[in-house]
Design a protein around this ligand. Structure first.
Ligand code: AKB
Length: 315
């Protein structure tokens, strides 16, 4: 039976991933950690400890005490915040990652950490971005993500550590809102549609980025972690996506359910510049070939579910 340590467990991915892993492997088998302690369900539904991922010794001792055999390292600053605080981002994103890799190496754990479409940059092919291509990102977040992909490859080649990872697109969910990301507009738009019937997007019309609904992202993590390692060629940076959308496409999908929804624009030049440096749509065929990745939700299926889940929260 797996014993899994999750960092960043109260974040957008972590809060839902911990619940899923506890369902799959048993509540006591998943040790959730985060720098903050909150009244979140994750802190009550199984073991929870506060952990600052920049403290490598604390991480190692916690992992050893709980006898974990898998480390899922999620704690990180997202793209917009990282651009505001580049040094903090370097220290947290890279320092946390190397501590998590060292913990996994010393304890012989399987390892997962997410990369992102942010690992690409303006010189990357924008459309159907291949799995293996130019990666010269111009954001601190992107620099962290490329370095992270390489570092995970290094730990695999040098130490035989079973490292795995996905390049996530924007993730959309109704459970825990993201914070500090460039793709956050695609989550805010649904909350605003339900609560106010209108939304002012900080990303401009015609700016396409990849997105994926959270249930697909969680399935992808579990599927990749359970995949036969001998079949993986791209261990640490699989392109995954479910749709390529701009704000107008999401609004049109919302209007199929809420016809009076109004989309306006209040473009944030900083986040717009980040978005423009990323691909329009990435190619996820390597993930499909090597471990069977397939997203279940397209834009309309995701919209229907998001609006009904948020609507029932609102009532
Ligand atoms: C962000 O916008 O920073 C993240 C990401 C795509 O990695 N959602």
């Amino acid at each position: 039976m797996k014993k899994i340590l999750v960092t960043g467990a109260l974040g957008q991915i972590g809060s839902e991933l911990v619940a899923k892993l506890r369902q799959l492997y048993g509540a006591d088998q998943v040790v959730a950690t985060d720098i903050r302690m909150s009244g979140h369900e994750v802190t009550r539904s199984g073991p929870f400890e506060t952990l600052d991922v920049t403290d490598g010794k604390a991480m190692f001792e916690l992992a050893k005490r709980h006898r974990v055999d898998t480390v899922i390292h999620l704690a990180a600053l997202l793209s917009a915040t990282a651009e505001e605080k580049p040094l903090l981002a370097w220290n947290l994103n890279m320092g946390g990652l190397v501590n998590a890799l060292e913990t996994a190496r010393e304890l012989g754990c399987q390892f997962f950490t997410p990369s992102s479409i942010g690992a690409f940059g303006p010189s990357t092919p924008k459309s159907h971005t291949p799995q293996d291509t130019i990666q010269r990102p111009t954001t601190m977040y992107g620099v962290n993500k490329v370095s992270g992909e390489l570092l995970c490859d290094y730990y695999f080649h040098k130490y035989g550590l079973d490292t795995r990872g996905l390049r996530f697109p924007g993730l959309i969910s109704y459970v825990t809102p993201p914070g500090g990301g460039t793709t956050d507009y695609a989550v805010e738009i649904y909350y605003a549609a339900v609560s106010k019937g209108r939304y002012a997007s900080f990303i401009d019309k015609g700016t396409f980025m990849d997105m994926m609904y959270m249930p697909d992202a969680l399935d992808a993590i579990v599927q990749l972690m359970e995949a036969d390692g001998s079949k993986l060629k791209h261990r640490n940076a699989f392109n995954v996506t479910a749709m390529s959308v701009d704000p107008e496409a999401i609004a049109a999908s919302i209007r199929k359910v809420l016809p009076s929804f109004v989309l306006e624009y209040d473009v944030d030049p900083k986040r717009q510049a980040i978005a423009e440096s990323w691909p329009d749509c990435i190619d996820a065929s390597a993930a499909a070939e090597e471990w069977g990745f397939k997203a279940r939700y397209d834009l309309d299926a995701m919209t229907t579910d998001m609006l009904s889940q948020l609507g029932s929260k609102e009532r």
